[in-house]
Design a protein around this ligand. Structure first.
Ligand code: HEM
Length: 143
């Protein structure tokens, strides 16, 4: 009887431990930056649709500064994998290079909107979507 209780409480503990791990992976500064990115991108799509180019321009500036902040964070996946030293430095450099491509894509989008070149703007939005996929596939933990 006692051993059953011990088993159950052990199970509960491990489940709550898992839950706690999930929370901590949602609780990173990078996660916060990413959520902000998502919100700003939704508003950006709305601004572009309404042809509110001044607001779109300001939003892209905000997005770029959030990406610059995100560039200095370390993906939770690297911590989960226990990376350190040269391995960590190499993976962090890969991560930063995809963030840099994303910043460049937003700058090109900004230029396209300034020029009111909607075809180029669409291309850049597609490119940004691809970079997001690439970044998430390579650097986002499944937790
Ligand atoms: C450009 C548009 C992007 C948007 C809107 C975006 C949005 C998000 C969102 C909403 C999350 C939270 C988890 C989820 O709901 O899946 C997230 C997580 C994450 N994103 Fe992005 N993302 C973008 C681009 C990128 C890029 C380019 C990279 C990498 C180079 C990246 C790396 C990550 C990582 C590593 C996480 C997990 C957070 C952590 O490790 O702490 N994201 N992203």
């Amino acid at each position: 009887m006692l051993s059953k209780k011990v088993l159950v409480s052990g199970l509960l503990l491990s489940v709550s431990g898992l839950t706690f791990a999930n929370q901590s992976c949602d609780d990173t500064a990078l996660h916060e930056d990413m959520s902000m990115l998502k919100t700003e991108m939704k508003s950006l799509a709305f601004d572009v649709k309404k042809e509110n180019f001044t607001s779109a321009d300001e939003r892209i500036d905000t997005i770029i500064s959030v990406l610059k902040e995100a560039r200095e964070e370390t993906p939770y996946l690297f911590e989960e994998k226990g990376l350190s030293g040269d391995k960590l430095a190499a993976r962090q450099a890969d991560y930063q290079s995809v963030i840099d491509d994303t910043i460049a894509a937003f700058m090109a989008l900004d230029g396209a909107l300034e020029a009111e070149d909607s075809s180029k703007a669409k291309t850049m939005l597609g490119e940004i979507g691809n970079l997001r996929k690439k970044g998430h596939r390579a650097f986002k933990s499944d937790c």
